[in-house]
Design a protein. Structure first.
Length: 134
């Protein structure tokens, strides 16, 4: 599986070195109204999808690292911090092992945390929300 982030119509592309498991949440704006003799359920509009992923950014080329990925953790940290500080959306594309696209979504970065290990690798966690261009 490959996870690729890009900004500004692929002007800058970052391939995650280690593909983590990821979680997608799809909210629906449903509401329940209390009636006199029964409740009524109204199906609302779909909400924005949210996504979380956590992994690590290696500082050396381990055998399992994506060959197209950068092995400089600071490059990824700077990339995600710049997206937040410049207030620009990113695009995440996830493909499976057969190169079938499983997700292609514009996102805003809601939360980005990272921590360096003693060996130079960095653990990170990323929370994102679907972004629609207007």
């Amino acid at each position: 599986m490959d996870i690729v982030f890009s900004i500004n119509n692929n002007a800058e592309i970052m391939v995650l070195p280690v593909s983590p498991e990821w979680e997608m949440a799809e909210d629906q704006g449903n509401e329940t109204y209390n009636g006199l003799s029964f409740n009524i359920r109204m199906i609302g509009n779909p909400g924005l999808r949210t996504m979380e992923l956590s992994s690590f950014l290696p500082s050396k080329r381990y055998p399992f690292v994506n060959p197209y990925a950068d092995i400089n953790p600071q490059a990824y940290i700077d990339f995600f911090r710049r997206i937040k500080s410049d207030k620009i959306p990113a695009r995440i594309v996830i493909t499976d092992r057969q190169s079938v696209e499983r997700l292609n979504m514009a996102v805003s970065i809601d939360n980005f945390t990272y921590q360096y290990r003693a060996n130079g690798d960095a653990d990170f966690s990323l929370s994102m929300t679907e972004y629609f261009f207007l």
